[in-house]
Design a protein around this ligand. Structure first.
Ligand code: NAP
Length: 631
């Protein structure tokens, strides 16, 4: 039966054309296309990379017979590009020279080399040696699942301790209306578990289903102690093991586990932060935090105060505003809003078909998504030396600022008062930029939504009272005020070598080596630890996978050397953190005067990774024994 060319052409209408073009090269070996007249180039916010409609049509037309021949079975993909050709194809795709240092990364991302599995490198150790090494993983969210999966592959025994009754972490806890991933979903997924996502930025139930399904498929569930919280970790120096003190969340029953190593996978955005507003508890009506949404409270027809305009409010307010009587939105500083037309869109059927049926397309598409939201965006948020123009940190950053201002003007130009409130005074990238398809600005324009920038001075029994003395009479208060972030690993108490308390040793400024290991705390490993958060909206899933790879290398070092523990050398750790601090100082989020959850009270950036993702990937590909002290 011959392929339905009409159906293929219809599916191609939904193609990401740059990814399709490189897929064609990959399918046919026609490298001449790299020098052809149709060249993707970077245009902020345009995932079609500046290709004209005519160029797109040309590429689609060229693709129809190639894909039809594959469907007919007449042709099979036979071209296997060399690493250098992959680099050239990637450079072409992203409209920017991709250096040779990306080669290894690229080959894995486009499927020409397998991603390492947890088993790699562990084959040489006897099964009983591996099984005798027991790891406790704290948390069964996105990072904990990767850690468990990889340890399982390595044949290392582990127990996951999870405070919630189910798997999912942030995707289990955040159930507020409108909650969805704000990283392109095709890159916000494990490298080893691709999914046919229903939307470009899928909603929370879809994400939750994904992580829960992964936990089931990878056989992790049986090894999770649910509804159990780790209260305290104490390092036993004599035995060189950790004692893990747990408490059942419901019954309060306590217990202990012994572990050769502990992996903290508790996340950075785990414990809600309520603001220190005087009289906060005086409010007589219901109030709750976005991450503890109280679904019993009916919001329809109510007067609602929402405090905060970060990523959570940004998603929740557009959903609650249409049914509410009034929404009073209290903004301390506005977010930068980044145009993204497909933010709420379904992935069309044609695109699903391409992703699932055309060899290589999904890989190149994922690579492009990753690049546009990560490496390709970095130049826009780096500071230029000597730049002193307020509101930007460099030339490229100023260009971005102007583009984002234009976007705001496009939506709010006829509402000058509102527009003035919505243009941040800090540089783009100072805080997380929020993707929008116009929904946010449309919400702010609603007659029943009122944006207040006067600070809240106190809470009365009726609602917020501002510094100017205005009293808001509301039925419900919603805190969209973020999380306790610099208080990393809170509320666990972690006691390391010599009785050192981790919180005391950090003194409000968490630091780790490669975001993972900490001097004084042997065999304690962090995932999504200090300085491993990313701001330009790339996928933290990639960083967690890198972190797990690094931990596995550390565990191999232990088994290799027959040591009971390894501990990061202080000097190595300190030099690394100086390098991290120097990197963050050159970014928009590290700029003085910007307040965000990325910084601690002293203004040090404790959360963010300042360099390319490739750099983190490279750093975590192996562990150097010289960085550690073994016992
Ligand atoms: P957030 O970004 O920390 O935002 C908190 C908001 O509350 C900010 O607007 C902050 O103002 C404001 N605020 C705090 N204390 C206040 C006070 N006393 N009075 C008035 N306003 C106050 O928290 P979030 O929105 O929950 O987001 C946290 C992070 O979670 C995001 O950056 C993102 O990484 C992640 N997140 C991701 C998604 C997603 O992927 N879909 C969704 C939600 C969150 P200032 O800016 O002036 O401090």
């Amino acid at each position: 039966m011959s392929a339905d060319r009409g159906a293929i052409a219809a599916a191609l209408e939904h193609a990401n054309v740059p990814a399709l073009l490189v897929t064609l090269i990959h399918l046919t070996g026609d490298l001449g296309l790299l020098d052809g007249p149709i060249r993707p180039r970077q245009v902020w916010g345009d995932s079609q990379m500046g290709l004209t409609e005519q160029q797109r049509a040309e590429v689609r037309a060229r693709a129809v017979p190639v894909i039809a021949a594959l469907e007919d079975g007449a042709e099979q993909p036979r071209f296997r590009p060399s690493p250098e050709q992959v680099r050239d194809m990637a450079s072409f795709l992203v409209g920017q020279a991709v250096g040779d240092d990306y080669l290894e990364f690229l080959l894995r991302e486009v499927g020409l080399k397998p991603h390492p599995t947890g088993a790699d490198g562990f084959e040489g150790f006897a099964a009983n040696q591996r099984a005798a090494f027991h790891v406790v993983i704290v948390g069964a969210g996105m990072s904990g699942i990767v850690a468990a999966h990889r340890l399982g592959q390595a044949g290392i025994s582990y127990t996951v301790v999870e405070k919630n009754a189910d798997v999912g972490g942030t995707w289990l806890e955040n159930t507020y209306p409108g909650c969805r991933v704000d990283t392109p979903n095709h890159s916000y997924s494990y490298s080893f578990a691709p999914r046919d996502w229903p939307q470009y930025f899928s909603a929370q139930p879809v994400l939750l289903d994904y992580f829960q399904d992964c936990a089931t498929r990878f056989g992790i569930r049986d090894r999770i102690r649910f509804s159990t919280e780790v209260e305290r970790l104490v390092f036993d120096e004599e035995q060189q093991v950790w004692t893990v003190h747990t408490r059942a969340v419901d019954g309060g029953t306590t217990g202990t586990l012994r572990a050769n190593a502990v992996i903290s996978a508790v996340g950075q955005l785990n414990r809600p932060r309520l603001p220190d507003i005087p009289g906060r508890d005086a409010f007589r009506g219901p109030s709750f935090h976005t991450a503890r949404w109280d679904h019993r409270v009916a919001l329809a027809g109510k007067r609602i105060a929402v405090i905060g305009t970060g990523a959570s409010a940004f998603q929740a307010v557009p959903r609650i505003a249409p049914g509410a009587a009034e929404v009073f939105l209290f903004q301390r500083s506005p977010p930068w809003v980044n145009p993204r037309p497909e933010y709420h869109r379904d992935v069309p059927a044609g695109k699903h078909w391409l992703l699932n049926n055309v060899p290589h397309y999904a890989r190149w598409y994922r690579l492009l998504q990753f690049w546009l939201s990560a490496e390709g965006a970095l130049d826009y948020i780096y500071a230029d030396d000597g730049w002193d123009e307020p509101g930007s940190v460099g030339k490229a950053n100023r260009k971005l600022r102007r583009m984002l201002e234009r976007h705001a003007r496009k939506h709010l130009g006829e509402h000058p008062e509102l527009l003035a409130k919505c243009i941040p005074d800090y540089a783009p990238g100072g805080k997380r930029m929020l993707y929008d398809d116009g929904t946010w600005f449309d919400t702010l324009k609603r007659p029943n939504v009122h944006l207040t920038t006067d600070p809240i001075a106190r809470m009365s029994e009726r609602g917020p009272v501002t510094a100017a003395g205005e009293c808001f009479d509301v039925d419900v208060v919603i805190y969209a005020t973020g999380f306790r972030t610099t208080d990393m690993l809170f509320p666990m108490q972690v006691i390391g070598r010599g009785g050192t308390d981790l919180r005391e040793s950090w003194q409000g400024s968490p630091r780790a080596y490669r975001g993972v290991t900490i001097p004084g705390f042997p065999n304690l490993f962090c995932l999504y630890g200090p300085n491993t958060n990313v701001v330009v909206n790339t996928s933290i899933v990639i960083l967690s996978e890198c972190g797990v790879d690094y931990i596995l290398h550390c565990l191999r070092l232990l088994l290799d050397t027959g040591s009971r523990s390894l501990e990061c050398r202080q000097q190595v750790h300190d030099a690394y953190n100086e390098w991290i601090d120097a990197g963050n100082a050159r970014t928009a989020w590290g700029a003085p005067g910007v307040r965000s959850w990325y910084k601690n009270d002293g203004g040090r950036v404790t959360q963010n990774w300042p360099y390319r993702l490739l750099d983190y990937w490279q750093q975590t590909r192996s562990a150097d024994a010289a960085d550690y002290r073994f016992r």
